[in-house]
Design a protein around this ligand. Structure first.
Ligand code: C2E
Ligand code: MG
Ligand code: MG
Length: 729
């Protein structure tokens, strides 16, 4: 209850008490009433002083009980009173000061912690606050870092009452709120997602920086017409966006490419109008989606040509086999691609593959699958195509590849070997169909390439025979079934044998027959034993020459055929040198025949070995010249000493004018290069005569002799053996 609402009752009581007191006093003293009345004022004063004193005590108690630090300054700014709630800093300050200190002294002592200049400024500020003392609260920080709110008011007496309250806890929570708000804002702005707050009408309330960036730098005014559209509108969340799971949306702005977004939404109710809006968070998935699509594409496509790859080919193959309409599988191998790659470089090789892929894609229906199975091997899966159209489709493939192609100045022509299998006739599962097409392709390549072979069951037998041959050949090397037969080379002018060629012969015990080089060499190649065969030939030939020694009736040089695979190995030259040295045979007695078409196409691959062989001192000859792919410019780059004119040219002599033209050109070239020409496969006198007339005096062929065992060509000398002396009886 307020203190000033009581006085009426005490005043009445006081008046009654005064009257009563005067009567009682007069009666007690036995004096007249007037003397009782006279005694009242001194008693009243004493009573009033007592009352004042108790009032002051009450006020002081109140001031002590207040939660404020209270102080009173005299008009001359002297501290005349303060309550006992000063706090530690205030108490310490006052302890250092004389009683009743001046305000300036108090401030100086209280602000001891500040640097001198700041202290001066702060003292000035507080002095002026004190002077105005208008009751306006001011917030100040003390030496302990506590925040206080100070309010000073001038009293009518001219004194200044100062009230100070500790607001540190308020300040701390205000700071914490501000800090957390700033942190939240920073997070919102830094988040790599667009955050968009919308009111109930879909109007923008807040948009973070990332959202504005997503919208191309402009803050969207509202959801409607913002360009944001759900990809599937099945959810029932705010504005159609799913509230619990994420929805996919596209952002289609006329100014930029379409963005693909993941949108999460949550309802939000603003406090003012209570109508629900929503907060959308938008994550740009465009790069991720593109990468994902790229990965998916790469998993199924060949990165170079963009055709489907081997993995997805198998899926297509299974689909083809399962297709009730049936279909065709074409396996396509580009002929001599490897040589083009080696000769012109991988850039040209890649461009060639890309172009071939493009052309192949052009000859099939969109529903058919064209795959690159690896290297230069392609496949076509033609769904629903019947066997009768197989050759037509294969023809279209060959026709599309035929047009010449000029890449980086290289003039290329592409032919292909094609194997065809029909589903379901040639295989009721993908594996079997692929095997059938593979056998057909093998046959196409074996038949000299640029050929189309549809599968037929006999190919399976041939493949089995080949497998047997491969195995038998591997054993033959071990079992010593291989032998070299020699075919002499004759100088028709001097009528002398000047050399011979060593040709491989194999009489297989396991297969029970002679196997020609035409069969043997592919078998060795498939078994991966071609290099071993070449090494056998090298050692055996050197052994034969060593056996001849310096016999005048023996050929002065023996040629051996070495495969291109071996000629790719630089170490082969060193090996030749070692074998010759070990046998004591002069290098010029061993000639190495280079397979012509291969050498020409693989020139960069074999050039170093050929040069090294020349270093060793072994003569080189170019086999089957004119019969294959030789181009004159390449021949002149080969370090050969002889050209062996191919049997197919010799066969045309003397009547075929083209053969004759090749012969003449070859002779001119050889003369220009200062090298010899040897006519191969000479069977008739007229061929020998035609060659001789053109200037080719050295010939090899059945006319002179067929290949024969080494000791038939140069019979071993019969050594004289003395008859042992018989003891006389
Ligand atoms: P090539 O090096 O051109 O050998 C000449 C081939 O023509 C030999 O066939 C030979 O018997 C045959 N020939 C020789 N004169 C006549 C003739 O007047 N008429 C006919 N019709 N043919 C004749 P062969 O021995 O069957 O060899 C075929 C091919 O196999 C060789 O052609 C050569 O490229 C390869 N070859 C033979 N032996 C080896 C060898 O030891 N190693 C390697 N890597 N290849 C070999
Ligand atoms: Mg030869
Ligand atoms: Mg030859």
């Amino acid at each position: 209850m307020p203190h000033h609402s009581r006085p009426s009752l005490p005043i009445i009581l006081l008046a009654a008490t005064l009257a009563g007191s005067a009567v009682l006093l007069a009666h007690a003293l036995g004096r007249p009433l007037w003397l009782g009345i006279l005694a009242l004022p001194p008693l009243g004063l004493a009573w009033w002083q007592m009352r004042l004193w108790s009032e002051l005590r009450l006020r002081r108690a109140v001031m002590e009980a207040t939660p404020y630090r209270a102080a009173i300054y005299a008009p001359d700014q002297r501290l005349i009173w303060h309550n006992a709630r000063p706090g530690q800093v205030w108490a310490d300050t006052l302890a250092r000061l004389p009683p009743r200190p001046m305000l300036e002294q108090v401030l100086k002592a209280a602000l001891w912690h500040l640097p001198a200049r700041e202290r001066e400024a702060e003292i000035c500020r507080r002095m002026s606050l004190h002077e105005s003392a208008d009751g306006e609260p001011a917030e100040l920080c003390d030496a302990e870092g506590n925040w206080v709110r100070q309010c000073e008011r001038r009293l009518p007496s001219g004194e200044v009452a100062s009230f100070v309250t500790d607001i540190s806890h308020v300040r701390r929570s205000e700071l914490a709120v501000a800090e957390s708000e700033a942190r939240l804002r920073l997070l919102l702005e830094m988040a790599p997602v667009g955050i968009w707050q919308l009111d109930a009408q879909g109007r923008t309330v807040f948009a973070n920086r990332h959202l504005i960036r997503l919208f191309g730098g402009e803050m969207p005014k509202a959801l409607a017409n913002s360009g944001l559209a759900l990809m599937s509108a099945e959810s029932e969340g705010p504005f159609g966006f799913s509230a619990c799971t994420e929805s996919e949306a596209v952002l289609d702005l006329p100014s930029r490419a379409q963005l693909r977004l993941l949108v999460a939404a949550s309802p939000w109710t603003p406090s003012e109008d209570g109508k629900p809006g929503c907060v959308l968070s938008l994550l740009d998935m465009t790069p991720l989606k593109a990468a994902q699509e790229r990965i998916e594409h790469l998993a199924e496509h060949d990165p170079l040509t963009g055709l489907s790859n081997r993995a997805s080919f198998h899926a297509g193959l299974n689909a083809l086999v399962a297709d009730p309409r049936g279909g065709l599988l074409l396996l396509i191998d580009l002929d001599h691609f490897k040589s083009a790659n080696d000769r012109y470089g991988h850039g040209v090789g890649d461009a060639l593959l890309v172009e071939a892929a493009h052309r192949l894609r052009g000859v099939v229906r969109p529903s058919d699958i064209v795959s690159r199975l690896g290297g230069d091997e392609f496949a076509i899966l033609a769904f629903g195509a019947d066997p009768q159209t197989a050759l037509v489709l294969a023809g279209r493939v060959r026709d599309c590849l035929r047009p010449r192609l000029i890449i980086e100045g290289a003039d290329l022509s592409v032919t292909a070997s094609i194997g065809i299998a029909c589903a379901p006739e040639h295989g009721d599962d993908g594996e079997a169909l692929l095997r059938a097409a593979d056998l057909a392709l093998y046959e196409a390549k074996a038949q000299g390439r640029n050929t189309v072979i549809p599968f037929r069951p006999s190919l399976r037998e041939r493949s089995e025979q080949r497998a047997e041959l491969r195995e038998a050949f591997a054993e033959a090397l071990e079992a010593g079934e291989l032998e070299l037969h020699l075919q002499p080379q004759q100088d028709t002018e001097r009528q002398v044998m000047i050399g011979a060629e060593a040709l491989i012969r194999w009489n297989s015990r396991r297969l029970g027959r002679w196997i020609s080089p035409a069969e043997l060499i592919p078998a060795a190649s498939e078994a991966g034993l071609l290099q071993e065969l070449d090494r056998f030939v090298l050692r055996r030939a050197v052994e034969i020459i060593a056996g001849w020694g310096e016999r005048p009736d023996a050929p002065r040089v023996l040629g051996i055929n070495i495969s291109i695979t071996t000629l790719h190995e630089l170490a082969f030259a060193q090996e030749v040198a070692e074998v010759l040295a070990a046998a004591g045979v002069a290098p010029h007695r061993l000639e190495i025949e280079i397979p012509e078409d291969l050498a020409i196409r693989d020139l960069p691959g074999v050039a170093r070995t050929l040069a090294a062989l020349r270093e060793v001192g072994v003569p080189l000859s170019l086999d089957d010249f004119g019969g294959g792919h030789s181009g004159l410019p390449h021949v002149v780059r080969l370090p050969v000493q002889r050209l062996k004119l191919d049997r197919s040219i010799v066969a045309g002599l003397p009547d075929d004018p083209k053969s004759y033209a090749v012969l003449r050109a070859t002779m001119a070239l050889a003369r220009g290069m200062g090298i010899e020409v040897i006519g191969e496969g000479v069977e008739t006198q007229s061929q020998a005569f035609a060659l001789r007339r053109a200037g080719c005096n050295i010939i090899q062929g059945y006319l002179i002799a067929k290949p024969m065992p080494a000791d038939e060509l140069v019979p071993p000398l019969v050594e004289f053996q003395a008859e042992p002396l018989r003891a006389s009886a």
